[in-house]
Design a protein around this ligand. Sequence first.
Ligand code: IVH
Length: 669
Amino acid sequence: MTPPSDRERIEALRRELHEADLRYYVLDDPVLSDAEYDARYRELAALEARHPELFDPLSPTQRVSGAVAEAFAPVEHTTPLLSLANAMDREELVAFDRRLEEILGPGPRGYVVEPKIDGLSVALRYEGGRFALGATRGDGRVGEDVTANLKTVRDLPLVLRGDVPGALELRGEVYMDWKRFRALNREREAEGEPLFMNPRNAAAGGLRQLDSRIAAQRRLRLFVYEVRAGAEIPRQADVLRQLAAWGLPVARPWSAVEDIEAAIRAVQELGERRDTLAYPIDGAVVKLDDLARSRAAGFTAKAPRAQIAFKFPAEEARTRLEAIEVSVGRTGAVTPTAVVDPVRLAGTRVSRASLHNADFIAERDIRVGDVVRIRKAGEVIPEVVGPVKELRTGQELPFVFPDRCPVCQTPLVRAPGEAAHRCPNPDCPAKRLEGLLHFVSRGAMDMNGFGPAVLGALVASGRVNDPADLFTLTQQELETLPRIGEKSARNLLASLAAARTRPVERLLFGLGIRYVGERVASALMAATGSLAALAEADEARLASIPDVGPQIAASVNAWFQDPGNRRLVERLAAAGLATERQQAPRPASLPLSGERIAITGTLPVPRAEAARRLSAAGAVVEERVGAHTTLLLAGEGGGRKRQEAAERGVRVVGWPELEARMGAGAPEP
Ligand code: IVH
């Protein structure tokens, strides 16, 4: 058999990968294993590299473009993108139905009830079944061209399936699912970056990125719910079916019902299922199913008369406030937390809720013993909204915010303009412990075995006050700790040895300087090269470093002004930790120092051996492709890590290249 020509093979692979994306992301019914997907993706990328004349901007390999835009081009919508009127209760839905009867006359009024996705409205244009343009809603008349960012949305089909009209205009919602939202906020917390309040804000930020590689990292998703032009489909239920048949993602569950009473029931059911959905919704949309009559009903200045949004009330619960706990964080911030009688809220059992700060408690007059309303705010930890004053018995106790640190009794201070009270005592054991926990955390020095129990005991005994003290611990001393035997002590020493090989960026992050997250630490080290040089840099120099603003510059400068902090850095250097940036390949440093390598596929050597040799050569071997991964080592087959690497702009290398970098003289463990 003659092999198919490259052109045919490219076309077949593109078709197969488009289909695989659809099955995986839209239908949740994968047809290819990760390894199979990966093999085809690589084959296609290799063929495309050989045939630039066959370039296609809609190839599955082109979801993320390398180019960074200057600004978004304005897009005038062919017809305005309207909004919806809101209904807050059952009566307003009944009134909506009555109005339609007055306008359209008597007759059956069937409705479609859809989830109201809490994201951003987008207009999409397909030409000849191929994705041609995507725009934000903007002011409804003119939006912004976000085509490049929308291409990174995995469930947006680049090419539609089946019989597709020549030109098709659609409307849908870009959103972030709960899983991604929570993971993103965890990443941001580790980086010391502000958290997103809700998935909608996170999605909005992603859609408006000028660099589509950053947009790709947000892993935005899409639901489509309207055909604006290009196809005459008489009923909304059939619109949703047709959209799905073209391979577009349609939010489930939706229902077609025969009258407003049934629609109200469907809205209620959706409200009850809200917590079980993978995506955020803030209500339900009720649409007249008959689209010709829907158009006939006309429009108000901003919304169609035959469609209405029912907004769900924010999810709240009531419970008793049993106590207010006050804890001291790494920076000395003293924060109050409500301990409440456990209650179910949005699908989880809640026993603690945020009280923010002293002002919040005072302004809302929250008292211990109150029945309080709690709600999910940023969805991570619930917050107290306020007391239910009608239910007071007179037994409630006003809360007096402590004026001394609950741990070391030092009088608290409050900087002008700051909400938080802080413990100013640099030797406060609570701050020390929190600081050490940060130092050993995964994003910093990643020191296995040093958990709260071990560190708590070391701090309590007075043996360890700061990170440098850790590196003076002996096997014998470690063995005296509760529940630490000879073997655990040896592991702790190994963990200390491993910490000595961590790149200086991670050490700097681990020091816990205010506003210095992982990314800023990397930027500071890239610019100055060593902790000694960083200590000498003045504020102006610091503020001139990319990603470093005046607030960060002032904080870093102040930290290094403190003689105790300077001594700490000297002691860490004396303990053998890297305090200079290691630039491979310098003879003094290891050949892979500074690299953080994830592995995928089958390598020519066993994976465990590869991992050992990479670590011995100075690399950090990572479980997955993360924000700080520098290389993806890929062998035969492999998984979606390759795609993630492409999305994050991480270079993919083969084993032979790394072996060459490690060199013949690379230390064999
Ligand atoms: S229909 C003429 N259906 O809600 C308006 N909108 O509050 C057509 N939304 O701007 C919109 N889910 O961004 C429709 N299933 C759904 C929706 C939905 C979310 C958004 C949309 C609209 C906003 C109005």
